[in-house]
Design a protein around this ligand. Structure first.
Ligand SMILES: NC(=O)c1ccc[n+]([C@@H]2O[C@H](COP(=O)([O-])OP(=O)(O)OC[C@H]3O[C@@H](n4cnc5c(N)ncnc54)[C@H](OP(=O)(O)O)[C@@H]3O)[C@@H](O)[C@H]2O)c1
Length: 340
């Protein structure tokens, strides 16, 4: 195996590059993957700002790797993994709560075989490196919407990569989506995607339009990844509605809700995370992997993520800066083997 390995680390105050890493020998169930593409996701940026829930971060760390997903080529496998995987093109996921978390922003990573999707040789690494975090969370959101028998749902930050997936996925199942964004450009982007219900929270008519849509569509689920004013919206929703919190992009947000209202309306508020989906789905995960990989390779585009630009891993600081600017258009992808 090659012998120079680098990865991006954070000590929660800064990101920095380490050049002196050697890949571990794979554990029994692990594959060693040469990482070709890895996206920058909001959770990676939150890592630095210490806004991730405490349970996600291992208790004792000096510094810790960064990144939760990517794509690359399998270069070695543990003894419980079929060695025909060597040389295959794969997408992978590794969450901070997973055993042996290393972070995907590196040249080589050891990943448990449970969190790997195999792709055909023709697939493009940049297209498949976002196969896990948003597509599977969108599936989780669909499951929750279907369980509630809701004909309509509300989502905020709807012009995010996952927001676009949720829109396409739920619409394909006949569930209407009320999309909340914060800028007019985002309204236009979602109109082009065929969204029927789009509200700009900064518009003067927002509250009235929201009241009307809630009255006519009776959404039972609100998927929130922002925080902030989401409770005002939730309080307008029908009895027995649920607020599912899956992100906190408005990082200072702390809210309170009347327990009397919760009691009388039988409403629920819950936090959801992809790690729960992994745990709950067990052997069914492969079914979801097949749906995502088929969609991405066959160009059905429910789970397509636009890659706006790429940066060599060494230029991760510029890449992070850029990712703040273009997040309504798509993702910035890091390339660990490209030179500056
Ligand atoms: N819990 C889980 O397991 C899980 C899994 C997947 C995703 N997520 C969460 O889902 C969210 C979206 O992820 P993504 O990868 O789709 O993001 P993304 O593609 O980077 O898009 C971010 C979007 O959020 C908007 N935004 C940022 N801050 C905002 C704020 N304070 N108020 C309103 N809108 C804001 C941005 O709009 P501007 O252009 O206006 O800034 C942009 O449209 C993140 O919070 C992420 O952590 C959670």
């Amino acid at each position: 195996m090659e012998s120079s390995y680098s990865g991006i680390y954070t000590d929660m105050e800064r990101f920095y590059l380490k050049n002196d890493l050697k890949p571990r020998e794979p554990d029994l169930d692990e594959m060693v993957i040469k990482v070709i593409s890895c996206p920058i996701n909001p959770a990676d940026k939150s890592f630095l700002k210490e806004t991730l829930p405490a349970f996600s971060v291992p208790k004792a760390f000096g510094s810790i790797g960064v990144g939760c997903e990517g794509a690359g080529e399998v270069v070695d496998v543990g003894s419980n993994v079929d060695d025909s995987f060597i040389g295959k093109k794969v997408a992978f996921c590794q969450l901070p709560c997973h055993k042996n978390y290393e972070g995907s922003w590196r040249q080589h990573i050891n990943v448990n075989k449970k969190f790997v999707i195999e792709y055909p040789d023709e697939a493009e690494y940049d297209d498949i490196c976002t196969s896990f975090i948003n597509p599977l969370t969108a599936m989780y959101i669909l499951n929750l919407a279907e369980k509630s028998k809701s004909r309509a749902v509300i989502q905020n930050a709807a012009c995010s990569s996952i927001g676009k997936m949720v829109l396409r996925l739920l619409n394909s199942k006949g569930i209407k989506v009320i999309n909340i964004v914060r800028r007019d450009e985002q309204v236009e982007i979602l109109e082009d995607l065929g969204a029927n219900y789009i509200l700009n929270s900064n518009s003067d008519t927002f509250e009235d339009e929201l009241d009307q849509l809630i009255h006519s569509l009776e959404p039972k689920c609100f998927f929130d990844c922002v925080g902030g004013d989401c409770l005002e919206t939730f309080s307008k929703m029908p009895k027995q509605s649920s607020l599912y919190i899956y992100g906190n992009m408005d990082t200072g947000s702390i809210f309170s809700f009347s327990n009397k209202e919760l009691l009388s309306s039988r409403k629920t508020i819950a936090g959801i995370s992809l790690s729960d989906f992994f745990e709950n789905m067990g052997d069914e995960l492969q079914h979801y992997y097949d749906i995502v990989s088929h969609d991405i390779t066959e160009g059905e585009y429910i789970f397509k993520t636009e890659v706006v630009c790429t940066y060599p891993l060494e230029e991760f600081d510029k890449a992070i800066e850029e990712s703040h600017k273009i997040s309504s258009t798509g993702k910035v992808v890091l390339k660990p083997w490209e030179q500056s």
